[in-house]
Design a protein around this ligand. Structure first.
Ligand code: SF4
Length: 412
């Protein structure tokens, strides 16, 4: 990535996708429509990953949305324009009507992605079928460069190799490929070793998730605020040479780091415009600054139809069985609060980066029990806590240990 051509180091495929996203990103008013919708079509999954956000279960829930209800939901989503629709789970491959839902959404003009689990279900034949139904991108989770750590985390022997095989197959059938990695204390030191594998499978994007304590994910598996900062700086350096796009997911503070690094490169006081995955920033120039965050450019629908700001912030503002999803996104007090930076508490409220970052709302909720509190994974928040300037409710001694990296050393 360089200032004159931000796509210069990307592969042609990754550059093309970024251009499409960047152009569309500028057009969406997040008060009216999300940029991305994740629909958890089932919470059934053959895996039982340690850090599963969805707390997925082996069986489908008897009350999950039916096919007809799914079609009606898609009809409503069209009211947002043409958002990205991610078919997720659980394992979306566990629903027999998956390809009908994809085809219907594609026909209605939604841009569809799929996040299957690395089981035997995503065969080459099914990957091809997904592409024919309209899937543009497929994302799989890879948490380590070797099977030992990944398989332990996923709880299934052989899952690392199977993931790699599916990623290769997806690329070969012409799907664009995204790799998701969840950063925890257990794999943070392995991230640099993962880069060759992201390249090997021809990924257009590496989506680096920073753990949010929700579902089965434990707060004590988070890395400290200082460690987050170190990884963000490393990712920024990597973004300047990697052939794939980099997205820090559930970590909008990466945007602050990227912008500060860019400012330092351009020279203090000079205006910059900067667009990364999920945000755009303009300093002194006539362009809105904004970033996707829970309920602010992002919308989540649970397998039971609950309308939520994200999968990391599991608070329902309505249900698609009785409420209109467009109406809820635009007008529900929860969603409106999340789009109002004046409602934030602590350093996030006064931060100059609040419009482009705003802190990860799900993490504030998961750690402090308050979705408007500041994000404890940000060093600016950690420093304010250390100076005694910010004392959110829920700041227990254990939470302090997590924020400052003083929790028990890892075994082994
Ligand atoms: S203080 Fe809050 S808004 Fe500012 S960079 Fe940190 S997390 Fe983002």
């Amino acid at each position: 990535m360089n200032a004159s051509d931000p796509y210069a180091n990307l592969s042609p495929e990754a550059a093309q996708e970024r251009r499409i996203h960047d152009r569309r990103y500028g057009e969406v008013d997040f008060n009216k429509a999300p940029f991305t919708i994740a629909w958890e079509i089932t919470h059934a999954c053959a895996y039982a990953c340690k850090h599963c956000r969805a707390n997925a279960q082996p069986q489908r829930h008897p009350l999950e949305l039916t096919t007809e209800e799914g079609f009606r939901l898609i009809d409503q989503m069209v009211g947002f324009g043409h958002p990205i629709l991610i078919f997720t789970g659980g394992d979306p491959m566990m629903r027999p009507d998956l390809f009908d839902l994809i085809a219907y959404a594609t026909e209605k003009g939604l841009r569809c992605s799929l996040t299957p689990t690395a089981t035997a279900l995503p065969t080459v034949k099914r990957l091809r079928k997904a592409k024919e139904a309209g899937i543009r991108r497929i994302a799989l989770s890879l948490d380590a460069p070797t099977p030992a750590v990944h398989d332990d985390f996923r709880g299934v022997a052989g899952s690392w190799q199977r993931t790699m095989n599916i990623l290769h197959n997806a690329h070969e059938v012409g799907l664009s490929v995204q790799v998701n990695t969840t950063v925890t204390r257990f794999n943070v030191d392995l991230l640099p070793q993962m880069v060759p594998f992201i390249e090997e499978v021809g990924a257009v994007q590496w989506s680096v998730f920073f753990l949010v304590p929700t579902g089965r994910a434990q707060a004590q598996w988070m890395i400290s605020a200082q460690e987050h900062e170190r990884v963000f700086n490393w990712l920024y350096d990597l973004s300047k040479e990697a052939p794939f796009d980099i997205k820090a997911t559930a970590a909008p503070m990466y945007r602050r780091v990227s912008i500060e690094r860019r400012k330092a490169e351009v020279g203090e006081g000079k205006p910059i415009t900067f667009q990364g995955a999920g945000f755009q920033y303009a300093d002194g120039l006539n362009r809105p600054t904004k970033g996707v965050n829970d309920g602010n450019g992002f919308l989540f629908i649970s397998h039971l139809g609950e309308i939520m700001p994200s999968g990391f912030l599991p608070i329902s503002a309505g249900n698609v069985r009785k409420d209109n999803v467009v109406e809820v996104y635009r007008n529900a007090p929860l969603f409106r609060d999340l789009r109002d930076p004046d409602k934030l508490k602590g350093p996030c409220r006064t931060c100059p980066y609040r419009d482009v970052c705003g802190g990860q709302r799900g993490r504030a909720y998961g750690v402090f029990g308050d979705y408007l509190a500041s994000d404890p994974a940000c060093v600016l928040v950690a420093e304010a806590i250390k100076r005694g300037e910010y004392t959110p409710e829920g700041l227990t001694p254990q939470v302090r240990e997590i924020i400052f990296g003083e929790n028990a050393p890892l075994e082994g």
